[in-house]
Design a protein around this ligand. Structure first.
Ligand code: HEM
Length: 510
């Protein structure tokens, strides 16, 4: 008997590659068939190609250059209230869905695919772990609570004064001012002074065009890129920073910000006693306090950097946009501007004696302007994706299987004609009607639930103080040489591309 064993010959490298490729193609075809016919979401309406493949959304956003905010409206018009916008993803149009998704009862996790795009995994904003997020929010609440903000309103007022000084100087020289950049300069200087006790003096930049603010605006589209192609982050993180700085001016400004924040963090970690010299509590007092952290591990150097970067970004653009949108509408509707100015003059008769935030909050028309601004301003137009827990959930009258990614853009609540008739009109009066308190539940600019905005108190303080000061201290008139536009594309935040709002701001003498 022949006892020799004959082994099958191994495939050549070409055969192996062909086999692997064939297996990959078969798997992809099977995935498309599964997504279309066997996936738990198969019965939900939506574009077939969106149901079949993850590539539909990046195709529309990146290749076709469509704004997701417009695309969502179109697909809901075509397919109804609940639309499957990805193989495992649903978006909801009925405004009641908002409070069903984002509330304190549910505590659903954020979807990692979007939040990793910010490259700030260890921050309060990007972490998808609800327990870690709760802990971090508790620590930071010592700075962002209502009481803490009330105590710090002098700092906000000082940064407004800085901006107003520039507005005055420009007016003396017969020049109008770019309020888009001006307000962003103010919010940037406020958040850096507040969080790090470092005034970046963005309002001092010529024409208010601080390189960092311009750079952050230009970098916004990269969020959309990284949202779909997480590997871009790996590429970006592996290129030496010196090379990135040479290749891209906006990235150079962003890296400079990172370097500045990191220098402070290293100094604090090297010698925590430097915190004693800070003029007021800053984020590192809280983040590095064993008492406030209740024995939990303190954040690492990277964790501190991520938190600093998040607070910087979250606190600058959002409030800056809201201020610009408020000014845009008031300046285009003189009757509203006049009414606000009259109310302010009555409540603030002597220019030098500025009312406190708490007094301004009681002014009915200013309050209505602030609320209407938050309704119409595209602060964070993105649908904020959440993962439905394993047991599934009822949303908008339908059972949604566990693991589904669900979201609703706040624009579907704020632009609802049922809740806000003539929703496209900026109308502060709607907040002064007898039944207007019912509208409050539908003001979702700061989102709702355990991951709602951490900086809401600071944001309100800035909005009230800044709008009151600008419209009381200045006679503000549109510079009509260029018609300002509010057109924007969604890149998580709005990326504005029209002419900026410009106005002549002439100081009042009384
Ligand atoms: C008008 C101004 C603002 C608007 C419209 C706004 C809106 C929002 C929204 C919608 C979210 C939820 C995001 C999500 O679920 O992914 C959020 C989260 C957050 N906001 Fe704001 N925000 C504003 C101002 C601020 C300010 C001044 C700060 C101060 C630093 C801030 C800090 C944060 C942080 C840290 C989070 C993450 C909270 C978490 O995930 O637990 N925001 N904001």
């Amino acid at each position: 008997m022949d006892s020799q064993l004959t082994l099958p010959s191994l495939p050549s490298p070409t055969q192996a590659a062909t086999l692997a490729l064939s297996a990959f193609v078969v798997y992809k075809i099977w995935l498309v068939i599964y997504n279309l016919y066997f996936h738990p979401l198969a019965h939900f309406p939506g574009p077939r190609v969106a149901a079949a493949t993850e590539l539909w959304l990046p195709y529309r956003e990146l290749y076709k250059g469509e704004s997701l905010s417009d695309l969502r409206v179109r697909v809901h018009q075509q397919y109804g209230d609940i639309v499957r916008i990805g193989p495992n993803e649903l978006h909801f149009a009925r405004p009641t869905a908002y409070n069903e998704i984002y509330n304190m009862k549910h505590r659903w996790a954020k979807d990692y695919r979007l939040y990793r795009a910010f490259n700030l995994d260890s921050s309060s904003f990007s972490t998808t772990d609800i327990v870690a997020s709760k802990r971090r929010r508790h620590v930071l609440s010592t700075l962002f609570s209502r009481q803490a903000i009330s105590n710090m309103q002098g700092l906000v007022r000082d940064r407004i004064t800085d901006m107003c000084d520039v507005l005055k100087r420009r007016d003396n020289a017969g020049k109008s001012s770019d309020l888009f950049f001006g307000f962003r300069g103010f919010t940037t200087d406020t958040i850096t002074s507040f969080c790090f006790a470092k005034n970046f003096h963005a309002t001092n930049a010529p024409e208010f065009e601080a390189p960092l603010i311009v750079a952050l605006e230009q970098c916004l589209p990269s969020i959309t890129l990284c949202k779909y192609f997480g590997s871009m982050l790996w590429v970006m993180n592996s290129i030496p920073e010196a090379i990135i700085s040479k290749l891209s001016a906006p990235m150079a400004a962003v890296l400079l910000l990172k370097k500045t924040l990191l220098e402070q963090i290293k100094a604090v970690l090297r010698d925590p006693s430097v915190l004693e010299n800070a003029p007021h509590p800053i984020i590192y007092h809280a983040l590095l306090s064993p008492e406030i952290n209740k024995g939990h591990a303190l954040p690492s150097e990277l964790g501190l950097l991520h938190e600093a970067q998040v607070l910087f970004s979250a606190g600058s653009d959002t409030v800056g946009t809201a201020l610009m949108v408020a000014a845009f509408h008031l300046l285009h509707q003189p009757e509203q501007q006049r009414r606000l100015e009259e109310e302010l003059r009555a409540a603030w008769p002597v220019l030098e004696e500025q009312p406190r935030f708490e007094a301004l909050e009681k002014l009915p028309y200013l309050t209505a302007v602030v609320k209407e601004t938050l309704r119409v301003s595209p602060g964070t137009p993105a649908g904020l994706p959440r993962v439905v827990p394993a047991a599934g959930a009822m949303l908008s009258g339908a059972f949604i299987p566990g693991g589904t990614i669900v979201s609703q853009s706040p624009l579907f609540v704020h632009n609802s004609e049922q809740i806000f008739p003539n929703a496209h009109v900026f109308d502060p009066e709607r907040w002064m009607q007898p039944n207007s308190s019912q509208l409050e539940t539908h003001l979702v600019a700061f989102s709702k639930g355990p991951r709602s905005c951490l900086g809401i108190n600071l944001a309100y303080c800035e909005l009230y103080l800044c709008l009151a000061t600008v419209f009381r201290q200045f006679d503000v008139r549109l510079d009509t040489t260029k018609a300002a536009e509010l057109s924007w594309t969604e890149h998580f935040l709005p990326h504005f591309h029209g002419e900026h709002l410009r106005a002549f701001c002439t100081p009042r003498s009384e």
